[in-house]
Write a protein that binds this ligand. Structure first.
Ligand code: ATP
Length: 371
């Protein structure tokens, strides 16, 4: 398995930028998700990595070797020589070949001797839980089983990296959840370097070691799921990853380590007319991210909010609360009546600096809060 690097990488189609100045280093054996809304450039980054497209600027390296560099003629390594496995949403299996023959195909192309082929196919099928299905044709399999065949076909030739393009998009919700386990197990066993494209944040947070959150051709933040959730860098990431609200601050004091908090620097922020302590590492915070866990509902909570939505989520209720301009999300053990006024106490807020927050980011975040 190999490390994957992007340096000042850009891609333009007919003068329009699909990717702009991507810089990222993916460690050998790391599971990275590319997460972002439709059209943000996820698939383009995957296709450049696979070698299906050439960069307009910048370079890509794999295992220390440059496989594409827009500034160096002759540096481009074609897809078949990159030793990369790819899993597509559409499975891309040969319909006339059996499961075992599909899995064996990459070994035949690489002229691996027949005896070795059989052993490696058996091992790949066992690893993906397909041992009993070797002789079936793809038409006789469920969607989840077909995607396992595609995984086994990747695994069998020991690729330097595995690229997955929305591999679960065609499966229903229950099957997606069980396939998460399959991908995690696949990654643990193979220690493959994996780049996984998705627009489903729960999938990205559940599976990846680190997530690159993308918007409009750029990486906005590249961090662990916990960091994205607890310490988003801007309004877009705060709104796109996880549930909650992003609210502009009325005032903020200096950020300092002197507050004595165990998990680092804090500052005083004023929001909803209340001055509260928030975690922060950025000077001059402009916004706070308020996650559902940050809300404590109480009769006499200082922030008054009207219930505008209440849905049952199995074991708890998800409440949308209108504070008179902002919508907060809370989880509650009991149903609340629409129109009822509740008191809210806020704690463990995260404050960040995003003075140029695009209006579209804030609007998207508001729309998501209502979902
Ligand atoms: N071959 C192409 N020719 C012209 N424009 C393209 C081409 N491929 C991608 N684009 C454009 O580049 C931008 C990024 O597309 P890309 O497919 O990478 O987005 P994405 O994040 O994968 O979206 P989705 O989640 O909808 O698949 C889009 O504006 C798209 O229209």
């Amino acid at each position: 398995m190999a490390e994957l690097g992007f340096r000042n990488l850009s891609k333009t189609f007919d003068g329009a930028a699909a990717l702009q100045d991507i810089n990222a280093q993916i460690k050998s054996g790391e599971f990275v998700a590319l997460l972002g809304p439709s059209g943000c450039g996820k698939t383009t980054l995957l296709r450049l990595t696979a070698g299906f497209e050439q960069p307009s600027a910048g370079a890509i390296s794999l295992g220390g070797q440059t496989v594409a560099d827009a500034a160096r003629a002759g540096s481009f390594v074609p897809p078949e020589a990159r030793e990369i496995g790819i899993v597509f949403q559409s499975y891309a299996l040969w319909p006339h070949k059996s499961v075992a023959q599909n899995v064996s195909y990459p070994l035949e192309v690489r002229r691996v001797p027949r005896a070795q082929r059989a052993a490696r196919v058996e091992e790949a099928l066992a690893l993906t839980g397909l041992s009993g299905l070797a002789d079936r044709s793809p038409a006789q399999l469920s969607g989840g089983q077909r995607q396992r065949v595609a995984l086994a076909r990747c695994l069998v030739f020991d690729p330097r990296a595995v690229l997955l393009d929305e591999p679960l998009a065609n499966l229903d919700l229950a099957l997606r959840a069980s396939m998460h386990e399959v991908f995690s197990m696949f990654h643990r066993r193979t220690k493959a370097t994996m780049l996984y494209v998705t627009h489903d944040q729960s999938e990205a947070l559940a599976l990846a070691d680190r997530v690159a959150v993308m918007a409009a051709g750029k990486i906005r933040q590249f961090a662990s799921p916990e960091t994205l959730y607890r310490a988003p860098l801007d309004c877009f990431v705060a709104g796109f990853v996880g549930e909650g609200a992003v609210v502009a601050l009325q005032a903020a004091g200096p950020v300092s380590n002197a507050f004595g908090a165990r998990d680092g620097a804090q500052c005083d922020v004023t929001v909803f007319g209340q001055t509260l302590r928030a975690r922060s590492t950025q000077d001059s915070p402009t916004h706070v991210s308020i996650r559902p866990e940050s809300l404590r509902l109480s009769q006499d909570g200082a922030v008054r909010a009207r219930v505008i939505g209440c849905t049952y989520q199995g074991g708890r209720f998800r409440l949308s609360l209108d504070t008179g301009g902002e919508t907060l999300v809370a989880f509650a053990p009991r149903r609340a009546a629409i129109g009822e006024t509740l008191g809210v106490e806020l704690h463990d807020l995260w404050a960040f600096h995003d003075p140029k927050a695009a209006r579209s980011d804030v609007l998207m975040q508001r729309a998501l809060a209502h979902v």
